[in-house]
Design a protein around this ligand. Structure first.
Ligand code: FES
Ligand code: FE2
Length: 430
């Protein structure tokens, strides 16, 4: 449970809020690189952390993320012309380059130097890992580029998608931290999914449906361990989720033949977020059949309402719930697809869940600790200017893992090597 005040601090991300200032110290996944496919392509509206922006790729291929609204009289630059290294407003022809400089002002006399005094808000934008990232914080604190394993891999080892989620970003992310729902919400899917079939991990999960949860702090966030019995007294089966500040999760794997899965949960505004889903394999290219199923919206990805990033199964159609499938134990909740199962339940909580009413149990330890860590980092930044966790690139080079550990060993100690993302090495999973 949180007080109303703490809940407000946690969920608000505008530029003048405590959490908004914290989030602006990190690179923000802004849009898919393929949404800006070539120089001078149409600009794209992007809303991030409550700010309405416009993304463009100029004639030289340079990326820009500008205030959506023209500095002259506020027309949306979505309707502008992306031409000759700048975006020209369609109302009176003012033109802005990717850095926000006004480079032409044809509505003013030639001798006027007014344009030199006009600037549009602009943020640094870079392409990495199939994503255009933005940095929306103070320039003197701009961190090095993200070194998350999936972001640093060659393109053929990775698949990235995003979907609109119609809730606040924190409750979406809490779903990524909460591994205890897996035994319920996804019970029948995991048992049937060919990606999990035949793995020792699946057998342990089926045999012990009451995992014990333990949480340990990492440099950049948290390790959330789910412990299950193996039938042997001297060892446990551990599934370890990584949560990385401020909004990343890495799903524990099943077996070593399947790609890993990861998410980022990024505020659009306080009532919507982007759920980014990434599959990647550290040591091999993804196969054509894997890519086909990801593009078809299987696994952690979704099928869309055509021409949008809104899932086809959404709030308006009760996520296409199928009561017969629920009765026949094909799906636990009646909703098809792991991703839709998650967001249907998270959206059902309301756009911003009232955390004053919740009753948290022992299985919620990960969520409780993550909230505390976010709020503490935001407060330390505000009070002392302390650099938040997860900014140092070394803290981002991590993996999740699933493995057997001796019963008397702390999970975060026994799994230490398995949790490091050493480039070119296999990940640890059973
Ligand atoms: S509103 Fe954009 S040039 Fe006038
Ligand atoms: Fe889930």
């Amino acid at each position: 449970m949180l007080t109303r005040e703490r809940n407000e601090l946690l969920v608000r991300s505008d530029h003048d809020t405590l959490m908004g200032r914290l989030l602006r110290r990190y690179w923000v996944p802004a849009l898919l690189a393929e949404e800006l496919p070539e120089p001078d392509c149409p600009p794209v509206r992007v809303k991030l952390l409550g700010e309405q922006l416009i993304a463009l790729r100029d004639s030289d291929g340079r990326l820009g993320l500008l205030d959506e609204f023209c500095a002259h009289r506020g027309v949306s630059l979505f309707f502008g012309r992306n031409e000759e290294c700048g975006l020209r407003c369609s109302y009176h022809g003012w033109k802005f380059d990717v850095d926000g400089n006004c480079v032409d002002m044809p509505s003013e006399p030639d001798e006027s130097n007014f344009k030199d005094r006009v600037r549009l808000k602009s943020y640094p934008a870079v392409e990495r890992g199939g994503i255009v990232w933005a940095y929306m914080g103070p320039e003197e604190h701009r961190p090095p580029l993200p070194e998350l394993e999936w972001a640093a891999l060659p393109a053929e080892r990775r698949f990235v998608s995003k979907r609109l989620q119609e809730t606040n970003w924190v409750q979406a992310m809490e779903g990524g931290i909460d591994s205890s729902h897996v035994s319920f919400t996804h019970r029948y899917d995991i048992a049937e999914d060919p990606m999990h079939a035949g793995t020792a991990g699946l057998a342990y999960i089926k045999a012990d449906r009451h995992p014990r949860f333990e949480v340990a702090e990492s440099d950049g966030g948290l390790l959330i361990g789910a412990r299950r019995n193996t039938g042997e007294d001297d060892e446990y089966y551990w599934r370890i989720t990584q949560w990385l500040m401020p909004w990343y999760t890495i799903i524990p794997p099943f077996g070593t033949h399947n790609p890993l899965g990861a998410h980022a949960w990024v505020p659009i505004d306080d009532e919507h977020c982007w759920a980014w889903s990434i599959n990647y394999h550290p040591t091999r290219a993804l196969r054509a059949d894997e890519l086909d199923s990801m593009r078809a919206g299987e696994g952690i990805h979704v099928e869309y309402v055509p021409g949008t990033f809104r899932p086809k199964a959404n709030r308006d159609n009760d996520y296409l719930i199928d009561r017969e499938a629920q009765r026949q134990k094909k799906t636990f909740s009646g909703v098809a697809g792991i991703s839709a199962q998650d967001f249907s339940l998270q959206e059902s909580m309301g756009v911003i869940v009232d955390r004053t009413k919740e009753r948290l149990g022992t299985s919620d330890a990960g969520i409780i600790t993550a909230r505390r860590r976010l709020l503490r980092a935001a407060q330390l930044l505000a009070d002392k200017g302390e650099t938040p966790p997860g900014i140092a690139v070394e803290s981002q080079r991590v993996r999740s893992a699933s493995l057997l550990l001796p019963a008397d060993e702390a999970f975060h100690v026994g799994a230490r090597d398995a949790l490091r993302a050493e480039p070119g090495t296999e990940f640890v999973s059973i």
